[in-house]
Design a protein around this ligand. Structure first.
Ligand code: GLY
Ligand code: MN
Ligand code: MN
Length: 446
């Protein structure tokens, strides 16, 4: 887990990069209604949590480098006996200082009264404009409050600066403690994929397989998945963001599962594709092995000095060549790549940054060029091949096959480390795992 010291180091590192005479304003996430009187499970905003470790709604963190009465000010809910009986514990202002290391804390209800005074006289405001229109309006109101008083000597800020530039660059590079949490999240998710492979049977429903993941995540200490799990049997695997998860898993089909847990605000993101009955058909195996070969090639390209797009280029090369070999594409491989003729089969990119958000923050290009990979970055590597049911350009035996294989990869000083290696991905290993689970189940019945 992330220590209070590390949260403090993050705030200090951010403040060191801020201009003199500046202020940063970071609002928390809000509770959101799912239906009348029922809220979605609360999930703190990643930027806010990264800097504070504070997981309550209705809070605003303010950083003011050099402020005499404390550089870190936290506005949060007041303690409230009755509210706490109904809805749970609140840290209050005393807790904000004692447990969360705020230098100064005020009730959130006093924000309009106090914040303009903190902004006044600062030349630059760091704020993530455009993410929360309601809060944007309030920030403008506070600035206007100061502007209205210029004739009595008040000085409004001259400049707004998008906080994301500094903060997201920090979040892109994972510390030792962050890597440890991400390794544990990856391990839990890998265990869930193993459990699902062991439990999968023809006749089950996709949501029943999903339940194996949810069970394993929760059992291991993760209360929620990092994103909606995708459990797509047969041709449902070809719907990239399939979410219904309500079809029967059929004998002879593959099932594609994209599921990862969130642990202590860090995501894991794994996809495995396996045969519902435990044995790949010849066509499924051919596509599977091709995706796996592409994934290995892409992972190999994850190393310091290579740029962001190298793994994708490596995957595309293998997939285009393989599709020609299987007769699914015709033509010269280089031309097919240049013309992107592989896109009807492989229409997404090979990965994304991974961290507190599944699609994590951080620039992919710098000055118009692909960014160079550096130690401490974490990314996914997830090539796939999806053959639509209505693709009349290919023989019928290939149609409806969808395969993606996704792992989480840390860039290290010398190369990379796959964080999600706890779940097999060689076709033969998957078959062996599923066969042994079947045998155990059979013996238990006899
Ligand atoms: N699970 C989301 C993704 O793979 O990008
Ligand atoms: Mn992913
Ligand atoms: Mn995924």
């Amino acid at each position: 887990m992330i220590s209070r010291k590390e949260f403090l180091r993050r705030r200090q590192a951010l403040m060191e990069q801020m201009e003199p005479e500046s202020i940063a304003i970071i609002p928390s996430a809000r509770d959101r209604l799912r239906n009348r009187d029922v809220e979605y499970p609360f999930r703190q905003d990643s930027d806010f949590f990264y800097l504070t470790g504070f997981d309550e709604p209705d809070a605003v963190a303010v950083l003011i480098p050099g402020r005499e009465h404390g550089e870190y000010v936290l506005f949060c809910r007041e303690r409230h006996r009755e509210q706490e009986i109904w809805n749970g514990y609140r840290a209050g202002q005393e807790g904000a200082i004692k447990q969360f290391d705020a230098d100064d804390a005020f009730p959130i209800a006093d924000l309009d009264e106090i914040l303009p005074g903190l902004i006044e006289g600062k030349s630059r405001v760091y704020y993530a404009m455009g993410r929360n229109p309601e809060f944007d309006r309030r920030v403008m109101e506070w600035v206007n409050t100061i502007r209205a008083k210029v004739r009595s000597g008040a000085v409004p800020p001259g400049e707004f600066f998008v906080l994301d530039h500094l903060l997201h660059e920090m979040r892109l590079f994972k510390s030792k403690a962050e890597i440890a949490v991400m390794e544990r999240a990856a391990e839990i998710s890998a265990g869930a994929h193993v459990r699902a492979m062991q439990s999968c049977r023809p006749g089950m429903y996709e949501y029943q397989l999903e339940a194996e993941y949810l069970h394993e995540f929760t059992r291991a200490g993760s209360r929620l998945p990092a994103y909606s799990s995708i459990v797509g049997g047969g041709a449902n695997a070809c719907i990239l963001h399939y979410r219904e998860n309500n079809a029967e898993l059929k004998d002879g089909d593959l099932v594609l599962v994209d599921a990862g847990c969130e642990l202590a605000y860090y995501a894991s993101d794994i996809t495995r594709t396996f045969p519902v009955n435990g044995r790949f058909s010849a066509e499924q195996r051919a596509i599977y092995d091709l995706v796996l070969e592409a994934q290995y090639a892409a992972i190999k390209a994850v190393k310091p000095g290579n740029h962001w797009n190298h793994p994708h280029e490596a995957a595309v090369k293998v997939i285009a060549r393989g599709l020609v070999k299987l007769g699914l594409l015709n033509g010269d491989v280089d031309t097919l790549i240049k013309e992107e003729s592989y896109r009807p089969f492989f229409m997404h990119r090979t990965g994304h940054w991974l961290g507190m958000d599944v699609h994590d923050v951080g620039d992919y290009k710098i000055g118009g060029e692909w960014r160079v990979l550096e130690a401490g970055m974490v990314l996914t590597v997830e090539p796939g091949i999806y053959i639509a049911l209505d693709n009349e350009d290919v023989e019928a035996r290939w149609r409806g096959i969808g395969v993606r294989i996704e792992d989480d990869v840390l860039v290290t000083g010398r190369g990379h480390k796959v964080l999600t290696s706890g779940v097999p991905k060689e076709a033969s290993e998957i078959e062996a795992l599923m066969a042994s689970a079947k045998n155990i189940a059979h013996n238990q019945r006899c």
